[in-house]
Design a protein. Structure first.
Length: 418
């Protein structure tokens, strides 16, 4: 079965695997990532797509009713209802807390209490229940798209198979922990029971260290040619037993467009790897044996850490929860994450996953949030000078193992001892 046919079948969402008989389906294909010209109307289309998708999520909630367009409700004084709007500006005054909210029909100034005001961030799309008064809308309550406050059970499936999760390998960096990664490969090939049952591996971005990613990076590089970096990565990946289906997405260090969502790396890179390796987009949404997995490299976690009061990089799971709360993987426009103006905003989290996987922060953190298993997967790079400057202490060399038939993760640490 040739590589071109396999790629075509994957993109069509067919059930195709390299060696095993189990079911895997790609639920987000690269055809959804078509790039447009970047004209102002393209950005308008992007935000209209985001708005319509999130409005559909909000209006589907039992607690939200009597939804009206802003243009309709602002013409009626003392009208009670709900608007679904994007926050365009925050307008604090000496005596009041206000935002400028808009929907496709128009905009209106909304008065809030201090608690609501502090929670709201720019570009949030929220449902606001309240009443018009003197041309403004006085908020009584706000709702985020999020997930309803019903505690859901973590999903498990009847299978003897397992998935391993890792991220941020950074091959090509002088700080790449090659001995730790080789220990991981030795373990997965060992035939031990927990290793033998691993049938899938997911890598959530920054496969190589890249070139010119930050000022002065050249002094940190062991390999200063990005194609040679991928060749070295391929050497490692080829050592992994070929009955493991390997899925890899790009990150901000990889050879693909910097705009999110990101395409797969180019064909010359893909062709370096064996048939059991499947390159996906960033983000990627796939189903493995009926377990829905959302994989996102995680560049927008920087924005969440900067913008949400009280947040730190150490609270990686809480950063991820803020994305779920907004049902969007890059909710803040014009900050650290450049956004491609697609007509269809694929960064909206339309379908709630069973697992939500990120990387990027180089920390290892797992938790459970309303039935979603969260994981910020570990890196394979020791602390860089840049991370020291940012006061970020990475936790490299950890692997999360998900037994499909059991809740939670098992963890193995491949970093050298003190």
């Amino acid at each position: 079965m040739d590589r071109e046919y396999l790629d075509k079948m994957w993109e069509m969402g067919k059930i195709i695997t390299s060696k095993s008989e189990v079911k895997v389906k790609i639920m987000l294909g690269e055809e959804d990532f078509s790039q447009v010209s970047g004209k102002p109307e393209n950005f308008r289309d992007l935000f209209l797509s985001r708005y319509s998708k999130i409005k559909r999520i909000l209006t589907g909630k039992v607690s939200i009713s009597n939804v009206m367009d802003i243009d309709f409700i602002k013409k009626r004084d003392n009208e009670t209802g709900t608007i679904v709007a994007m926050v365009r500006e925050k307008l604090p005054t000496r005596y009041d807390y206000q935002i400028l909210a808009e929907d496709p029909s128009g905009d209106i100034i909304v008065r809030l209490n201090s608690e609501m005001y502090d929670e709201i961030l720019m570009d949030d799309i929220i449902a606001i229940r309240g009443k018009t008064r003197n041309g403004k809308f006085v908020a009584e309550d706000i709702s985020y798209p999020g997930i309803d406050n019903i505690q859901k059970q973590e999903k498990i499936v009847k299978s003897e198979n397992s998935i391993v999760f890792l991220s941020d390998i950074h091959v090509g960096s002088k700080n790449f922990l090659s001995s730790s990664f080789e220990k991981f490969i030795e373990w997965i090939n060992s035939g031990k029971e927990n290793a033998r049952k691993v049938k899938y591996m997911i890598v959530s971005g920054d496969l190589v260290d890249g070139i010119g990613i930050y000022p002065g990076q050249e002094k940190d590089l062991e390999i200063d040619d990005i194609y040679q970096q991928y060749e070295k990565l391929s050497e490692y990946i080829c050592k992994i037993r070929n009955d493991v289906d390997i899925f890899m997405i790009p990150g901000n260090h990889d050879l693909t467009r910097i705009l999110e969502p990101q395409n797969k790396p180019p064909k010359p890179v893909i062709d370096m790897f064996p048939e059991n390796v499947k390159f996906l987009t960033n983000p990627a949404y796939l189903s493995i044996e009926d377990l829905r997995i959302l994989v996102y490299h995680g560049a927008s976690l920087n924005d969440v850490a900067d913008m949400v009061r009280g947040m730190k990089y150490e609270y990686t799971d809480r950063l991820m929860i803020e994305l779920i709360k907004r049902r969007h993987l890059a909710p803040f426009y014009g900050r650290n994450v450049p956004i491609s103006p697609l007509k269809n905003d694929v960064m909206v989290i339309e379908e709630i996953p069973d697992l939500f996987i990120t990387g990027h922060i180089h920390l290892f953190k797992a938790s459970l949030y309303r039935g979603i298993l969260l994981l910020n997967a570990s890196a394979w790079q020791k602390q860089t000078d840049y991370q020291k400057m940012m006061n970020l202490n990475p936790m490299p060399g950890y692997v999360a193992i998900k037994k499909l038939s059991s809740p939670g993760f098992e963890t193995k640490n491949f970093t050298p001892g003190p």
